[in-house]
Design a protein around this ligand. Sequence first.
Ligand code: PLP
Length: 385
Amino acid sequence: MSKRKMNFDTKVIHAGQPHPRIEGAVNVPIFQSSTFEYKGQKNYDDLVYVRLNNTPSHKSVSDKIAQLEGAEKAVVTSSGMSAITTTLLHFLNAGDHILAHKNLYGGTAHFMKHGLPSYGIEVDLIDARNTENWEEKLKDNTKVIYVETMTNPLVEVVELEAIVNFAKSNNLISIIDNTFASPVIFCPIKFGFDISLHSATKYLNGHSDLAAGAIIGTEKNIKAISSTLNHLGGSLDPNTCYLLDRGIKTLSVRMERQCFNALKIAEFLNDHSGVESVNYPGLISNPNHDRAKRFLCGYGAMLSFILKGSEQTANDFINKLEIPVHTWSLGGVESLVVRPAQTTHSNFTDEELLQAGIDRRLIRYSVGIESIEDLIEDFKFAIDD
Ligand SMILES: *Cc1c(COP(=O)(O)O)cnc(C)c1O
């Protein structure tokens, strides 16, 4: 590629590719080699070794991800949770304090509640949608503020700009899990966050066929975090690097279709007499709509809703749907449907569910790239029947 600036849709294909191409190969070959010849490197972290996530297979896909988010550097990891726990353990030491949004991805929430405190790190939860009490939760030892671009399963958008400003004025490291948005609709580093994290298992890869993660930021931060990662060991297999790179090539076309389908489904549900409520930031009536419009370049492809009736009504509905697969996870080309209270949030007590605003009847839908006519027909059949 020339040195001219590439647009996002071009970068998903070409960014990070080696120059010259390796033996002319259109795709980056899979470097199925754990170790590479010594070339006089001075530092351990510069040796080329599969666990150090720095083989040519790792480098090309990491560079692509960094360029997609407009950042200096990125490193891929063995899973989203590996990216998250490694980054938190890198920045936080015993005696430090972190502020985190009260509704986080289940694995992250569990690590905040049980993992960090066991290492002597204090955790306080805030409502990142509303700046009211952030100041009073701040302590002398607060080091990090942690949020997600859009929350699970209520698809709420937090006060992203206020978080960045609060972090800057209080000298905190701002970390965001950007999985639900993907760089198609939000680029945290350009927006002012210090670190952006991904479960690349979801939209980045988009085919529900691998686990991977990514950590994105400045060259300095990513080099330092990589050094921690090198010893915690969350490395990505070279074959998975190749699959992830292949998945990312279709990220923009997938997201465009998924966001389009999601808005159509949300509008359909919103107008349906059998539906009690719909959570999708693309709906003008949604309380997150203004924030989504201000901060994001789209509304994403996750939505959740409650049907009029009981938990049994929700279960019957899910069983009648023919297209989406009944399972957790998200972000793939195929639509997926799940009841959080029954699965992803099944370890929540009734009181915790209430606090998190999750009705037991809530249904979450990860919208795929199928024909929108077929998806809506499927809904009509399953609600009306
Ligand atoms: C799935 C997910 C994770 C965890 O990612 P894994 O790849 O399953 O480890 C973290 N954050 C969010 C928002 C997710 O959806």
